[in-house]
Design a protein around this ligand. Structure first.
Ligand code: URA
Length: 211
């Protein structure tokens, strides 16, 4: 389905997002909240992961029980560096997921995206990819990441963030109408420096305590 934006408005997600937005929230708390919220987001967006039946023995009987289809392991691609916070949470929930990294940063003057790292599993054609980055602001980083991933022709691509700006969502959809976007909230607007308002500040700085 084209042009999908899914707002994950589960009460626990919304509550934790509010705690993360607060300027008084410490780095340690921000980090643990991002981990927790990522697990909840991952829970919501993995509803359609394929299952297969396996024969197991319970203490009582033999049964056919569902397990995740192993041949199509999900690939989570983290946009460095703030994507790491979401990746950590998802890996707690899906430890067998494969992992890719894309290093992209925004030039603070031009807001253009510069790529400095790209490493993903070889065999993406058979796999579903979930790209993660806490923020979609201008959308430039998300657009560039999807563009790079598409070169590897994965089976499917979805994008997960925590917060998005309407401007970024619109741009993302116009560039990649085939890629569904999942977020906990779409905020009001961008400021003149490309930050989301009201937002939560710089996700990387808040996660790693670099400011
Ligand atoms: N990146 C962030 O970390 N925060 C914003 O508000 C925008 C981009």
């Amino acid at each position: 389905m084209p042009n999908e934006v899914h707002i994950i408005n589960h009460p626990l997600v919304q509550h934790k997002l509010t705690l993360m937005r607060r300027a008084t929230t410490s780095t340690a708390k921000f980090r643990s909240l991002l981990r927790e919220i990522s697990m909840l987001l991952a829970y919501e967006i993995t509803r359609d992961l394929p299952l297969k039946l396996e024969t197991i023995e319970t203490p009582m009987a033999t049964m056919q029980a569902p397990v995740l289809a192993p041949e199509k392991k999900l690939v989570v691609v983290s946009i460095m560096r703030a994507g790491q916070g979401i990746l950590d949470g998802i890996l707690e929930l899906i430890p067998s997921a494969r992992v890719g990294h894309i290093g992209l940063y925004r030039d603070p003057q031009t807001l253009n995206v510069i790529e400095y790292y790209f490493k993903v599993p070889d065999d993406l054609e058979e796999r579903d990819v979930l790209i993660v980055d806490p923020m979609i602001a201008t959308g430039n980083t998300a657009i560039a990441a999807v563009h790079q991933l598409k070169q590897a022709a994965p089976h499917s691509i979805r994008f997960l963030c925590l917060l998005a700006a309407p401007e970024g969502v619109e741009r993302f959809h116009s560039e990649h109408p085939d890629v569904p976007l999942y977020t906990a909230a779409v905020d009001e607007k961008l400021d003149s420096h490309g930050y989301i308002l009201p937002g939560l500040g710089d996700a990387g700085d808040r996660l790693f305590g670099t400011k």
